[in-house]
Design a protein around this ligand. Structure first.
Ligand code: KG4
Ligand code: ZN
Length: 339
């Protein structure tokens, strides 16, 4: 065939995602079907992801989700030309589930596999939106595990411009949410609460705001939120929304400031925002405003593709195939993961 239908499997952390993407030799690949299961409820009682439980649940979910994604696409396994899986970064046991299943299917079907970098999936995910970007662009990648600014020239052509030296932006949301008693992962809950609060109520630090480079630091902010919460004591309940809003404003301020600095420094005129925190409304509003002011374009993934999913993994593999970076043999059976 002259096209490529890719089945993608994501299992790096606490979502099992499977999707089918179809690529012609040129042009943006199309999403044909997708299925996702989030383990968030299962891990909630523990205040974080329990790796062993995550691995076991990926095993339970991955085949039913594969059937669901294929059914949605109106396809069967025999229509698949290649299988992509997340090679890393992530939890070793969780990654091994997706990698093992992908390589077993590949051996059974006689099609190649490709191990995909999870962050490449996030960065390319806006290509599945109604308004896909064009290369080159600056990518702001903000997830639970990473906060990076990248210069993206094309598929596989990424230059790191700056990154967090401690916590990730999503981690700052989640840890602050925990301090506020909002459960885990508290990022979305903190964002919801922040809508009702006064963002100027508490003066929280904006670490590295004027550092002159494109690096980030969020550990000090989390500590400041904790200190503020302790100071409020029993009064915290009444000020919860204000503290949430002030926390969100501090994180968003730094992200917007550094994204603007990256666009200025590179001279590029397009920004792509990806990763779970990219779903944050306050961040989107501020980035939209900044980009309108400078005449830059900003692209986001579809809301459902901001957090972890199989579609971005299938897409990254399909785009690699389009540029000849998915050799016919693929990875063979000697699969590995890079936690
Ligand atoms: O990309 P992702 O699904 O997983 C990783 O690869 O880490 O990102 C998850 C992170 C979590 O920290 C979560 O709290 C955060 O994204 N997040 C949000 C929002 N939605 C998800 N943070 C702030 N506001 C949101 N609306
Ligand atoms: Zn992710």
């Amino acid at each position: 065939t002259c096209g490529m239908r890719v089945l993608g499997i994501e299992s790096s952390c606490d979502e099992t995602g499977v999707a089918v993407v179809e690529a012609a030799p040129h042009g943006v690949p199309r999403l044909l079907g997708a299925a996702l299961h989030s383990q968030v409820a299962m891990h909630q009682d523990y205040g974080g992801v329990v790796p062993e439980l995550a691995s076991r649940d990926h095993i339970r979910r991955v085949l039913p989700l594969t059937e669901a994604a294929l059914a949605q696409a109106g396809l069967t396994l025999s229509d698949i030309d290649g299988i992509a899986y997340t090679r890393g970064p992530g939890l070793a046991g969780a990654l091994l589930v997706g990698a093992g299943v992908a390589c077993a299917m590949s051996a059974a079907l006689g099609v190649p596999t490709l191990g995909v970098h999870h962050l490449e999936g996030h960065v390319l995910s806006p290509f599945l939106s109604a308004d896909p970007p064009a290369f080159p662009f600056v990518a702001l990648l903000v997830s639970g595990g990473h906060t990076q600014l990248m210069r993206v020239e094309g598929v596989g052509r990424y230059t790191l411009l700056g990154e967090t030296i401690d916590d990730a932006a999503g981690e700052a949301f989640d840890k602050s949410a925990k301090v506020l008693g909002l459960g885990y992962p508290g990022g979305p809950a903190l964002a919801r609460l922040a809508e009702q609060g006064d963002a100027t109520a508490f003066a929280l630090p904006r670490p590295l705001l004027h550092s002159g480079d494109l690096d980030f630091s969020f550990a000090g902010l989390k500590t400041a939120v904790l200190t503020q919460a302790r100071k409020l004591g029993a009064g915290l309940a009444a000020r919860q929304a204000d503290l949430a809003a002030s926390t969100q404003a501090a994180i968003v301020d730094v992200l917007v400031h550094k994204a603007v600095a990256a666009l200025r420094a590179t001279g590029l005129r397009r920004l792509v925002v990806a990763g779970g925190v990219g779903a944050n409304r306050a961040l989107r509003q501020r980035l939209d405003q900044a980009c309108v002011r400078h005449g830059w374009r900003v692209h986001y993934p579809e809301p459902a593709l901001c957090t972890d999913n199989g579609a971005m993994i299938a897409l990254a593999a399909a785009m690699r195939w389009q540029v000849g970076a998915w050799p016919p043999g693929g990875d063979g059976l000697a699969f590995d993961v890079l936690p």
